[in-house]
Design a protein around this ligand. Structure first.
Ligand code: GDP
Ligand code: MN
Length: 403
């Protein structure tokens, strides 16, 4: 689960990480109020307004149809109001949002942490994430902060330093010092960076996160080290242990169809093709998408209806698939192991009738326990449903009905 920058920073602050402070606003008026508060707090007229969306690259990103970036330095209440008006309810496109962009519903009014006259503010990159290959957490750090880290990884990978953490002993002092040294820091800045890394690691571990990415980490001329940005991904499977983190979920940032699917306990991921898929089991769902492609089709989605493919889950699955206007055919691929194929077939027929007319052809492939009985139920139902027993047959049928 992704969360917003301001929420990530709140977690960081709780664990003692120094952050760029800010106040969230959802209207131009409250943005102005927030600006005045920040100005009073910092005794400065400089502040930054930052779009809160679940995507990075906001600084370089642009609001559609406007000369407005997703992050902007503001020096007055009027400038704040103008920027907030430009940003809120409008679509921000960054290299991470895709061309369709994301609607900005909230902005963060933050203190300007880049001191005027600071001749050498230094921006670093630091992230902590799970290295699945090595089975442990890794700290990634680079002197090339503030930039697109994918670009650094592509062009100058030697400038990204990695330190792996042994899960049996956790982060050790020498490791945090090694990172600080690699970043070229000495004296007080080095000490502050070591503290920063320890607090960041604690925040990551304590919230069962999958990633904390801080880009940039800023070193000011008076050797303060602080998090200017926070991109946080929390491990979905651990959220049951953190109700306070689960409460940070912002459904407005998620694909509405994926939200609806998760409410029906379906595992749905929208894709770009025209063949809707409904499958029981994630592995079979992957194989189904592969075979659709192999026969020249394009899957419209990944959908795992789970172990109990009954009339209720099948109906919910059909409804979600049919919301996608690109879908021209549906491929139902169920393996009857514990669940019997005749039961699934009855479920499909019931779901079909309860939805009414399904406007696209459906190919059903039932395999496993009582597969033949299942196929008979489908064939005798009188519905516009084609049945197949072999996967290959089903994939060929899909191509035929698409023509
Ligand atoms: P991202 O583009 O989505 O990664 O958003 P960031 O939070 O990283 O902000 C983008 C850029 O805005 C940063 O790399 C900084 O250069 C700049 N920025 C952020 N905060 C401040 C600030 O307090 N003062 C100034 N002058 N620039 C800032
Ligand atoms: Mn950033």
């Amino acid at each position: 689960m992704n969360i917003h920058e301001y929420q990530g920073k709140e977690i960081l602050a709780k664990y003692g990480v120094r952050i760029q402070r800010g106040i969230v606003a959802e209207s131009p008026e409250s943005a102005v109020t927030a600006y005045k508060e920040i100005a009073k707090m910092t005794d400065s007229t400089f502040a930054v307004i930052k779009s809160q969306i679940h995507a990075g690259g906001r600084g370089k990103g642009q609001i559609v149809g406007m000369e407005q970036h997703g992050v902007q330095l503001v020096k007055s209440a009027e400038a704040t109001k103008t920027a907030a008006t430009n940003l809120l309810r409008n679509v921000l496109v960054t290299h991470q949002t895709g061309p369709e962009g994301k609607v900005v519903n909230k902005v963060l009014i933050a203190e300007d942490v880049y001191y005027p006259g600071d001749s050498e503010p230094k921006e670093f990159y630091i992230s902590i994430l799970l290295d699945r290959t090595k089975g442990c957490n890794v700290i990634m750090a680079s002197t090339e902060g503030g930039m697109d880290i994918e670009e650094v990884a592509e062009n100058t990978p030697e400038l990204i330093f990695k330190e792996w953490i042994d899960p049996r002993v956790g982060l050790q002092g020498f490791q945090a010092r090694k990172v600080a040294n690699k970043l070229g820091l000495s004296g007080l800045a080095n000490k502050e960076m070591v503290k920063f890394i320890f607090s960041l690691y604690k925040a990551y571990e304590s919230s069962d996160a999958a990633m904390f990415e801080i880009n940039p980490v800023l070193k000011t001329s008076d050797n303060k080290i602080l998090a200017v940005d926070a991109k946080v991904d929390l491990d979905d499977n651990a959220l049951y242990r953190h109700p306070e983190l689960l409460a940070l979920r912002d459904k407005a940032e998620e694909d509405p169809m994926e939200v609806e699917a998760s409410e029906s306990d379906l595992n749905y991921v929208k894709l770009d093709g025209n063949v809707g898929c409904m499958v029981n089991g994630a592995g079979l769902a992957m194989a189904t998408m592969d075979i659709i492609k192999l026969y020249g089709g394009e899957p419209a989605n990944f959908l795992d209806v789970g172990g109990s493919a009954n009339a209720v889950t099948v109906e919910a699955g059909f409804r979600i698939i049919l919301k996608d206007p690109n879908v021209k055919a549906i491929f139902v691929n169920i393996f009857g192991g514990i669940v019997r194929c005749d039961r699934v077939a009855t479920g499909i027929v019931e779901a079909y009738k309860s939805i009414g007319e399904i406007p696209v052809p459906i190919v059903v492939r039932l395999q496993g326990t009582n597969a033949e009985e299942g196929a008979a139920i489908i064939n005798e139902s009188g519905l516009k449903v084609f049945s197949a027993v072999k996967l290959k047959e089903a994939a060929e049928l899909i191509q035929k009905v698409l023509k």
